[in-house]
Design a protein around this ligand. Structure first.
Ligand code: ARG
Length: 467
């Protein structure tokens, strides 16, 4: 005899002893998988159609079942339910309350193992679509900002030491390149994961001759999964999602770090937007970059989620194992965290105000035109190695006399190398220093103008096809 408490379970038949109460509540996934209810309902409707086609339900019963399931999806405050073991149990319990024993036919030819695999795919697919939409908005904000920066300049850095002048637009477009890779990774993962596990059964395939293309089609999947053992235990789609999001998080974190640095008095490149900054309760003068710092912090969580999933999966024998239940929360956390970040980042980016004067004077001082100067000599036929040394000597003279390269006299320069001529000065202006990088991907003004137009064209072409 089953205990009365046990009979409400989905698996009580072979059990004689009641569950240990603490174990029972500890192993439940409903406290977090309740958010899969909408997907579980959609997948159940799809399954109901497949079993109707197989003759298990009449068309009348199918209608009743569909109506009942849609009513379950509308229930409020479901997360408080203390009886349901998991989302599958919850839907069955509630459906039974609404349509009676007919609900018990729904489980014909299916298993929770394929259901959770399906629900999670549906969740991840939607999370990818939401992330892509958020990324499009951020990408647009960066492209707009790059456009409004015009020919504004700033220093670029290597080793965090001033290197060469670049256009501010060129710097911003570096992040657009990163986002484009992120979007392509997510789009690619979405394509690969868009197969339907329904029909896989518990491990070996459904015990009913179901047409699994019916459910696949109803749920917008491209086809049924090709192997039931893989389909019930595979979480690559979740892993790929969290990894792609972690990589995106790394990019966002680098952007956040640069803005945090640039907003310091030491750099002074950026006036933090007040609408996105906070004050200090102790120091009245402070305006703190909380938004960029929080983003930098949250990117750590994204990496954590990807690591949790990889670690969880790596030792699992085929096929389904209960460990997989632990894979849900990192996916939810990734999806929520990136949604949160992308809910503020585009508007924050759009509101950025750079101190272009400060950026420009940082780009004009500290011998950032030394590479252009060496290029001048090498264009005159001096071997680059020699040219490098001559300009190094000129920089040394400048440092000792507190002058930039353009402030040295021609006579002084010619004592270093006789190939210096009057045209040297025109070749090391800020504009010339930018324009000598006239290659695809370089910071020459015409190249950046083209790159910006191309980035805009790709954005317009791609933003329409998020789904
Ligand atoms: N809550 C379970 C999970 O998330 C659902 C699948 C349960 N299957 C089973 N055979 N216990 O993985």
């Amino acid at each position: 005899m089953s205990e009365p408490q046990q009979s409400a379970k989905m698996w009580s038949g072979r059990f004689r002893e009641p569950l240990n109460a603490t174990f029972e509540s500890w192993q439940r996934s409903f406290p977090f998988d309740w958010r899969l209810v909408p997907y579980e309902v959609e997948a159940s409707i799809a399954h109901a159609r497949a079993i109707e086609a197989a003759g298990i339900l009449t068309s009348e019963e199918l209608l009743q079942m569909e109506e009942g399931l849609r009513a379950v999806a509308k229930l409020k405050d479901i997360s408080q339910n203390e009886q349901a073991e998991d989302v599958h149990h919850f839907v069955e319990l509630e459906l039974t309350k609404i349509i009676g024993d007919l609900a018990l036919k729904l489980h014909t030819g299916r298993s929770r193992n394929e259901q959770i695999a399906t629900d999670m795919r549906l969740f991840v697919r939607e999370a990818i679509d939401n992330t892509l939409a958020g990324l499009t908005a951020w990408r647009k904000a960066l492209i707009d900002l790059a456009e409004s920066a015009g020919e504004a300049t700033m220093p670029s850095y290597t080793h965090l030491q001033r290197a060469e002048p670049v256009l501010v637009a060129h710097w911003l477009l570096a992040y657009v390149s990163m986002i484009e890779r992120d979007a392509s990774r997510l789009t690619d993962a979405r394509k690969r994961m868009n197969l339907c596990p329904l029909g896989s059964g518990a491990v070996a395939g459904a015990t009913l001759a179901l047409d699994s293309t019916i459910a696949a089609r109803a749920l917008g999947f491209d086809a049924p999964t090709p192997n039931s053992m893989d389909a019930t235990s595979d979480r690559d789609f979740a892993l790929e999602f969290t990894q792609a999001i972690a990589t995106l998080g790394i990019h966002i974190s680098r952007f956040a770090e640069e803005l945090t640095l640039y907003s310091t008095a030491e750099f002074g490149f950026l006036d933090l937007p007040e609408a996105f900054s906070t004050g200090s309760s102790a120091m009245p003068q402070k305006k703190n970059p909380d938004l960029t710092e929080l983003i930098r912090g949250k990117s750590g969580r994204l990496l954590g989620a990807a690591t949790t999933l990889a670690t969880l999966i790596k030792g699992l024998p085929l096929a389904y194992n209960k460990d997989l239940q632990e894979g849900q929360e990192p996916v939810f956390d990734s999806a929520d965290t990136i949604a949160g970040i992308l809910s503020v980042l585009p508007a924050f980016t759009a509101s950025l105000k750079f101190r272009h004067g400060k950026m420009k004077s940082a780009a004009e001082t500290g011998y950032l035109n030394a590479m252009a100067a060496a290029t001048y000599l090498s264009n005159k036929g001096v071997p680059f190695r020699k040219a490098h040394e001559h300009i190094g000597n000129a920089v040394r003279l400048g440092l000792e006399t507190n002058r930039e390269l353009q402030d040295l006299t021609l006579a002084e320069l010619q004592t270093i190398c006789p190939d210096f001529a009057e045209d040297f000065y025109a070749s090391i202006t800020l504009e010339a220093t930018l324009d000598c990088h006239d290659v695809i991907g370089g910071t020459a003004r015409t190249r950046v103008r083209t790159a910006l137009a191309e980035a805009r064209t790709r954005l317009t072409a791609q933003s329409g096809q998020t789904k």
